[in-house]
Ligand binder design. Structure first.
Ligand code: HEM
Length: 534
């Protein structure tokens, strides 16, 4: 049984660490026999000449077997990443919205691991490409693991999880020649964007400076999906998570990003590692945006739509905590690569919403861990909770836990391993009323796709607007198919006529004569990264 670990929990997360610098250690096989050499395969030797190698050599074979199987499948998305350990603390109890101790107990320090990533590139791709960045946090709380699997951009390309394979296929290298690697500058990516009006808001973010962050330490993070929280009185609220870096939000300029991708493809990875090694621990403020259940329908947009932000002038961010990263991993593979996140992993006091993207994600992450790591992935040291794990799940490939006892089912005659009551910390789902017909449908508010793309564009400073224009010019110019870039220019006219006309001149499309819809002219705070006057 995986038990409580007490003491310094962060250090304990690496409990099974072996130290190669340990004095007096001797080289052994995996089955524990000491080896006299690791340099020579067992051979037939005669008159100082070596003959054939013997298949008999168990040491030699073990070395090669182990090497042959070192790779596991890379993540199907977010393959390129790096991460670190740290701690989380709330400085203002959120007890008016949740009873989760991780967000209400100001005396607690919760160990965390964060993995940052790009989305589209493979494991060995460059850090500074234009892309969304993953920002996934595992909180090792005393009530179980809580994962916020977020991004550095607060909205997403699609509204319904069923579209995820399409958006990723279209963004990844093309199927016939696996080109281009880690770039959004290709026909399929932009063909998808045109064919999905719901992606318009997100591609504007990705083409903005947010798509080329200066450092992982200088990125905001967002839970993106709408979650819920329940307080001790049983009242439910809708919640979004926002993390804001102490160092401010900064980006590269495109020329720097391009050069770094060639000169120093590990730029972000090294930046994070070196800052932590030098004791310059990156910190973020942890914020929540809260909408009371009764106010769910009071907004022009659907608050469960992941392609929409909750503008901060309508729903202010309340900063209630902070987290820092203060320890680099001991080993990349067993920690940063084998860590596995699930949006479905929440703790009592926190709940899901009916956001159709989140609901699909809740299925997808556990499922993909089965391919990548196997059914017992939660027994790997980096994925284990710090609280007791006790149940009748058994067996499966690579099972580590040895459980004593004669029963492996519930209920049993000994009444052992009982379900917990609510008072004992048992998870109780909120009794949400659900009624309706079965249908494959989207509500009317989900069908409005341009208003927040305009809001984002209007909120940019002049410099940021120029960067977006240049990014679109660069990306669309790399699409050879005129159907793709010409149609995309017409899409830009759904946002702003000037934007569409300027990009058309850069990529060679017919400049549109009039806007497809009027620009509503609204702006929202917190979207622009610069303080330059607009
Ligand atoms: C991986 C974020 C939508 C499926 C990830 C990771 C992040 C992330 C940060 C990397 C986790 C890590 O560092 O290990 C998001 C966000 C989304 C989103 C913010 C939108 C709100 C989706 C959807 C699906 C999906 C809709 C599928 C229905 C996956 C899968 C992985 C992944 C399969 C690989 C996980 C692994 O192998 O460990 N996502 N994602 N994601 N995501 Fe998402």
């Amino acid at each position: 049984v995986m038990g409580p670990r007490g003491g310094d929990k962060i250090a304990d997360l690496a409990k099974e660490t072996k130290n190669v610098a340990e004095k007096g250690a001797r080289l052994t096989t995996d089955y524990g026999v000491k080896q006299t050499t690791a340099d020579d395969w067992l051979k037939v030797v005669s008159n100082d000449k070596t003959g054939p190698m013997l298949l008999e050599d168990p040491f030699g074979r073990e070395r090669i077997h182990r090497f042959d199987h070192e790779r596991i499948p890379e993540r199907v998305v977010h393959a390129r990443g790096s991460g670190a350990f740290g701690k989380f603390r709330v400085f203002e109890s959120a007890e008016d919205v949740t009873f989760a101790p991780v967000l209400t107990d100001t005396s607690r320090e919760t160990p965390i691991f964060i993995r940052f990533s790009t989305v589209l590139g493979s494991r060995g791709s460059a850090d500074t490409v234009r892309d969304v960045r993953g920002f996934a946090i595992k909180f090792y709380t005393e009530e179980g693991n809580w994962d916020i699997v977020g991004n550095d951009i607060p909205v997403f390309f699609i509204q319904d999880a069923i579209k995820f394979p399409d958006v990723i296929h279209a963004g990844k290298p093309e199927p016939h020649n696996e080109v281009p690697q880690a770039q959004t500058a290709h026909n399929n990516f932009w063909d998808f964007q045109f064919n999905h009006t719901e992606a318009t808001h997100m591609f504007m973010w990705a083409m903005s400076d947010r798509g080329i962050p200066r450092s992982y330490r200088m990125m905001q993070g967002f839970g993106v999906n709408t979650f819920t929280m329940i307080n001790a009185q049983g009242e439910r609220s809708f919640v979004k998570f926002v993390f804001t870096p102490e160092l401010g939000v900064h980006s590269l300029v495109w020329d720097e990003a391009l050069k770094l991708a060639g000169q120093d493809p590990d730029f972000h990875r090294k930046d994070l590692w070196e800052a932590i090694e030098n004791g310059v621990y990156p910190k973020w403020k942890f914020g929540i945006q809260v909408i009371k259940e009764a106010d769910e329908n009071k907004f022009e947009f659907d608050i469960l739509d992941a392609t929409k932000i909750w503008p901060e002038d309508l729903v202010p961010v309340r900063y209630i905590g902070e987290f820092e990263l203060n320890r680099n991993p001991d080993e990349f593979f067993t920690q940063t690569e084998q860590i596995a996140f699930c949006t479905s992993h929440i703790v009592p006091g926190i709940g899901f919403s009916d956001d159709p993207l989140l609901q699909g994600r809740n299925f997808s992450y556990f499922d993909t861990q089965l391919s990548r790591l196997g059914i017992n992935w939660q027994e790997l040291p980096i994925n284990r909770p710090v609280c007791p794990v006790m149940n009748f799940n058994r067996d499966g490939a690579m099972r580590h836990t040895i459980t004593r006892g004669t029963v492996n089912y519930w209920p049993n005659r000994f009444e052992n391993i009982k379900p917990a009551t609510h008072e004992e910390g048992g998870f109780v789902e909120y009794a949400e009323k659900v009624a309706g017909i079965k249908a494959r449908a989207r509500s009317a508010k989900f069908k409005e796709h341009f208003s927040q793309a305009q809001l984002f564009w209007n909120s940019m400073s002049k410099i940021e607007k120029n960067h977006i224009i240049n990014a679109l010019g660069f990306e669309l110019d790399h699409c050879e198919d005129p159907v793709v870039y010409e149609r995309m220019v017409t899409r830009l006219a759904d946002i702003d006529l000037g934007l569409a006309q300027t990009v058309a001149e850069m990529v060679g499309g017919e400049p549109p004569k009039e806007a497809s819809r009027p620009n509503h002219g609204k702006k929202a705070p917190g979207l622009s990264q610069t303080e330059f006057p607009g």
